[in-house]
Design a protein around this ligand. Structure first.
Ligand code: ADP
Length: 263
């Protein structure tokens, strides 16, 4: 069976500096796929490149065996929905207005929402539990609520792939779990493929089917959490002391930071 997304020998540059170097990975339909790696490793750049936003220096990215560069923006938006890392809190729209924007790729020339579009937006808000905030402006929400609104907009887009850039950054543990559980539910109930950049190695370990560890733009490791999360592999990429053992309740690899002992 062919993969949903195939990243083939992809390299990317900003100016003359290589940011992603010869990365190849295939992502299957319905997978929970998490990209990890140190700051500046190229994770966000690689994620964005799946949406066709970056010109590749080499290689190609295929979505259902067709190069993403051959899709129109609207076609791509019907297949892929991006949840960006930074959301402008000054965005001058209400929650309901923001979420309904997810319907844009499905609207006709006049871009008029029909009853069905409004129903889908309402369902998406209910799914992420922001329906009660429908009339509030984004600036009047907490970070966790805002994140759930942006996820609702992506769900409203009804694309089968969700791309998320550090969706749990700056959230407290309860809200981190809520977002991760939401992703797992989308995957199970709607067969949505989740591709996420995360700095949280333990959340990645608990939820991901497979991990891609990027370091200096290259694939440092690719495989199941058990295969990727070894102390030695992580230390080489992150350049700090890390201890990995088995989580006593989950059975998944557990990563702990080891403070330096020489101070
Ligand atoms: P990560 O998500 O792993 O932290 P990024 O993909 O954001 O890494 O960035 C990879 C490298 O590309 C970094 O060195 C970063 O400084 C550089 N970079 C990111 N965005 C730009 C940009 N718009 N222009 C120039 N360099 C950039």
């Amino acid at each position: 069976m062919s993969s949903l997304i195939e990243i083939r020998n992809v390299s990317l540059q900003y100016g003359s500096s290589d940011v992603v170097r010869d990365v190849s990975v295939q992502i299957e339909e319905g997978e929970f796929f998490v990209i990890i790696g140190p700051n500046g490793a190229g994770k966000t750049t690689l994620l964005k490149s799946i949406t066709g936003l970056h010109r590749l220096t080499a290689g190609e990215i295929l979505l259902r065996q067709r190069s993403v560069s051959k899709y129109s923006r609207k076609e791509l938006a019907r297949s892929l929905a991006m949840v960006p890392q930074h959301i402008n809190a000054e965005f001058p729209f209400t929650v309901a207005e923001t979420v309904i924007m997810g319907r844009y790729p499905h609207l006709g020339l006049l871009a008029v929402e029909r009853k069905r579009d409004l129903e889908i937006a309402e369902q998406a808000m209910a799914f992420t539990e922001v329906l009660h905030l429908a009339d509030r402006r984004l600036g009047q929400l907490s970070g966790g609520e805002r994140q759930r609104v942006i996820i609702a907009r992506a769900i409203c887009q009804q694309s089968k792939v969700l791309l998320l850039d550090e969706p749990t950054a700056s959230l407290d543990p309860a809200h981190q779990l809520r977002i991760m559980d939401l992703m797992e539910r989308l995957r199970q109930q709607e067969q949505i493929t989740i591709i996420m950049v995360s700095h949280d190695l333990n959340l990645a370990s608990a939820y991901a089917d497979r991990l891609l560890l990027l370091n200096e733009g290259r694939v440092a490791a690719l495989g199941t959490p058990n295969e990727v999360l070894s102390g030695e592999t992580l230390e080489q990429s992150y350049g700090c002391r890390l201890h990995v053992d088995e989580h006593p309740l989950l059975g998944t690899p557990r990563v702990s930071l080891l403070p330096r002992t020489d101070h």
